[in-house]
Design a protein. Structure first.
Length: 310
């Protein structure tokens, strides 16, 4: 974001690796002096980059999900990693509910019907097989955003259950130790878990089959959490009813099987993408850098690189 770039260049000497003609050459020239990296989106920092910067102290990531940053390599080197939690929670939960409604009630297909002149030419759009009413919502990743989605879903009259690695205290919703167990108990699965090796392809053919033929899958977490090939098969064979996806395995490329399917609603990773929310995320990213270099502490370190150091 220009706003972020302006704030950074007003305070720091900034080298833009992404826009360099020869990134390797630039890196070689500046490596001994680099004290922090600002990363965004899928452009993170891998072990090779981290290990090539001997003076590195901080990696400030734009986004609450920090799967593109190798936090294990950072922790090993004593480098602190920060992300941008909380400031996007409500926005992402709003979008998740919108995507759920679009998927269950086929709202984008209905709009396409109107815009194509089919309402006047052929009559009303079809009655949707599914309704939001009476649906049972399972949330995979019951953290900040998962809880904000639960608050909204409760107001819509949905029942709620969840799966995490451990139960959340002070919450009365049923907890499921396994994702498959959760999927079998609900008909609507909302994925809002982080990416990375621990969650890779956790939503697989078994989980989709447990969700059942009335099942709706919504993913606002990370594309890598869902086995997209298995999802395409489940949609094709109608072992689930539909899917609403904001995130994909190989962004910005989308599996052609998903594109051709009528029962999918596909958004280009926009859950936090409003100007106010993205600006708040950018400010938190820059404030982490300011706090590190002015007050010697990060504002929002990730759990893998805690502060104060343990
Ligand atoms: P959070 O508060 O850290 O919540 C993540 C939840 O996932 C935690 O409750 C955690 O519980 C659970 N979890 C983590 N690893 C797990 C595993 N291996 N198996 C089962 N559960 C696991 O994070 P948040 O702020 O809610 O954000 C969640 C994610 O949403 C982000 O990491 C990001 O990938 C995604 N996101 C996407 C967008 C978008 O634009 N689509 C925007 C914002 C965020 P336990 O530790 O108990 O397992
Ligand atoms: C951003 C996200 O769209 O915060 C996250 O984890 O996925 C989104 O809010 C993404 O980080 C873009 O930079």
């Amino acid at each position: 974001m220009a706003h972020v770039a302006d704030r950074l260049s007003a305070a720091f000497v900034v080298h833009n690796l992404g826009q360099a003609d020869d990134p390797a050459e630039l890196l070689k020239a500046i490596a001994p002096k680099v004290r922090a990296i600002a990363t965004a989106g899928s452009a993170g920092a891998d072990a090779a980059l981290i290990d090539s910067l001997p003076a590195l102290e901080l990696i400030a990531h734009f986004g609450v999900g920090y799967d593109p940053v190798d936090v294990v390599a950072a922790a090993r080197r004593g480098v602190v990693v920060t992300n941008t939690p909380n400031v996007l929670t409500e926005e992402v939960a709003d979008t998740a509910m919108g995507l759920l409604l679009m998927t269950v009630r086929e709202l984008s297909a209905a709009e396409r019907w109107l815009r194509a002149g089919r309402w006047s030419a052929e009559g009303a759009y079809r009655l949707t097989p599914a309704s939001l009413q009476g649906r049972r919502l399972g949330i995979f990743g019951f953290g900040r955003i998962g809880k904000a989605i639960a608050r909204r879903a409760e107001a819509f009259g949905m029942t709620i259950a969840y799966h995490n690695r451990r139960p959340v205290e002070d919450v009365s919703y049923p907890y499921f130790e396994t994702l498959e167990g959760l999927a079998a108990a609900v008909d609507t699965l909302m994925v809002v878990a982080p990416g990375g090796p621990a969650t890779f392809h956790k939503v697989d053919a078994k989980v989709l089959s447990a969700l059942g033929e009335n099942g709706i899958l919504v993913n606002v977490g990370r594309g890598s959490v869902v086995d997209e090939a298995a999802l395409v098969t489940a949609l094709r064979e109608r072992t689930i009813l539909g899917a609403g996806l904001d995130v994909f395995e190989d962004e910005p490329r989308v599996h052609p099987g998903l594109l051709e399917m009528e029962g999918t609603v596909l958004l280009p990773h926009v859950a936090s993408a409003s100007i106010p929310t993205r600006r708040a995320m950018g400010d938190l990213q820059v404030d982490n850098l300011f706090s590190w270099f002015r007050q010697s502490r990060p504002l929002t370190p990730v759990p893998e690189t805690p502060w104060p150091r343990t």
